[in-house]
Design a protein around this ligand. Structure first.
Ligand code: ATP
Length: 440
């Protein structure tokens, strides 16, 4: 590993502190003592999370002709979850520690209670992870609804709707980003595992004979997506599940794993789901979910390749990978080396002082850049302090407007990573920043 990236037991706490202090992620309902395992995204966090989702949508939908998006309901009737297998099998093994009475997910604790060290547990029982609720004012079975534990089923139940309304044929995909809910037994590690989280999933429908090839293709694509957005290759790896460990629907699953401060763990899963989902929903609903290939005069149930990522978990990995402490002018600084596409602010406009003339030019600069980049504007404290503040939240470019700017109509552009500064005429600022971010 790059020495800069070696495992750091304190890294998780540092990132949690920074996330709270700088407005990325807050504990939910904090003024009431907090609500376990729920988090609110603050002003910088919401920008970054939106950027993560936008980068995914761009790569998975916008840049492709073979994938379209949907946005399906979070609430669903039991019939969907009976057919998908979730009512029956979406469970984790729950055990109680006989000594301290804490409850744990058996497959995550290696036989030792993380709370008291005891090795005495109750028999494991299957605990269903779905949140059950009630739709409408009437109680009873007819009113039961579930919060979706994954976004995928919305793509399967809308398979015919999408086929009928867009002119696609396999191989093609349906993508969705949205909230999912799982009543996790032991939510942990900040936003890595929470009960309410956001997913980015795509179901790619293919002819059965091509499924293996597309499975490999999507593993490759998804691995490269993280690399392209700046996660160093030594902090990513692929882990192919053994056949015996596969979920009930899967014919093959490979995880993209990230080196978290606690070790390697899942970032995203890519699965070959075969024809399980479409067949289940066809049988249960009585509506055939198939594709008719006119050229071959053949009807078949497509296989599904599913890259399933967590938006909130990915954001956490990007934060962890970007966090660095280095030395600038003899002082330690904290810097988030985020890709500019993910940074909460891409540009900060900093008038050297609060003098009205400087603020006037600064506002002009802001008006030029704001339509194209997420901008911050900061006039308080010394310029050095303001640079450090921007470094700490990952702002790639600081634009300083000084007294010379009034004469030469130029500003100083400071680079977050190298701290190098260049003078750029205001008239060329936008094109210069576009060039530096590879947007021609
Ligand atoms: P695990 O075995 O760790 O519980 P999983 O393999 O069941 O997770 P998937 O169903 O494959 O997870 O979900 C796809 C992706 O959704 C995961 O790779 C992860 O990024 C994200 N995800 C799943 N559960 C959670 C959660 N509780 N909190 C945050 N993200 C999650």
């Amino acid at each position: 590993m790059d020495s800069d990236l070696s495992p750091d037991p304190e890294l998780l706490d540092k990132v949690i502190n920074l996330a709270k202090r700088r407005g990325f992620i807050f504990q939910s309902a904090e003024i009431y003592g907090g609500f376990r395992s729920t988090y609110d995204y603050g002003p910088l966090g919401v920008n970054m999370l939106r950027n993560v989702k936008a980068a995914w949508w761009r790569s998975m939908v916008q840049m492709r002709l073979d994938v379209v998006g949907i946005d399906a309901a979070i609430l669903g009737p039991p019939a969907v979850w009976a057919a998908s297998g979730h009512l029956e099998t979406f469970t984790d093994p729950l055990v109680d520690c006989r000594k301290c009475k804490e409850r744990w997910r058996e497959d995550k604790i290696d036989g030792v209670c993380p709370n008291c060290g005891s090795t005495e547990f109750t028999e494991a029982r299957a605990f269903n992870l779905m949140f059950k609720t009630q739709a409408g004012p009437v109680e009873g079975e007819g009113a039961t609804a579930y919060l979706r534990p994954e976004t995928a089923q919305g793509m399967f139940t809308n398979f015919n709707n999408v086929l009928a309304t867009i002119r696609k044929k396999p191989p093609f995909g349906i993508a969705q980003i949205g909230k999912s809910f799982r009543n996790e037994i032991t939510p942990q590690n900040f936003v890595f595992r929470t009960r309410e989280f956001e997913q980015m999933e795509m179901e790619y429908f293919v002819a059965p004979a091509e499924a293996e090839e597309w499975y490999r293709y999507w593993i490759d694509q998804r691995f490269n997506w993280y690399l392209d957005l700046g996660i160093p290759s030594d902090r990513l790896r692929l882990h192919e599940h053994a056949l015996a460990d596969l979920s009930h629907y899967s014919r093959g699953t490979t995880d993209v794993e990230f080196a978290y401060p606690w070790g390697w763990d899942e970032l995203e899963g890519i699965a070959n789901r075969g024809d399980y989902d479409l067949t289940q929903h066809s049988n249960a609903s009585g509506t055939k979910l198939e594709y008719f290939d006119q050229a071959a005069n053949e009807r078949y149930t497509p296989y599904v390749i599913e890259p399933a990522a967590g938006a909130t978990r990915a954001m956490m990995a990007f934060l962890l990978a970007a966090y660095h402490e280095d030395e600038v002018e003899g002082e330690t600084r904290t810097v988030l080396r985020l890709d500019w596409r993910l940074a909460p602010y891409q540009v900060a406009v900093l008038p050297l002082s609060k003098k009205p003339e400087l603020e006037g030019v600064s506002k002009e600069v802001l008006a030029i850049l704001q339509p194209h980049f997420a901008c911050d504007y900061d006039v308080t404290q010394s310029i050095g302090r303001r640079y450090r503040r921007q470094d700490e939240v990952g702002t790639p470019f600081c634009i300083t407007v000084d007294f010379d700017s009034l004469e030469d109509r130029a500003v100083t552009v400071r680079d977050r990573d190298t701290t190098a500064q260049v003078r750029v005429p205001i008239a060329e600022l936008l094109s210069s920043l576009r060039e530096r971010t590879n947007q021609e």
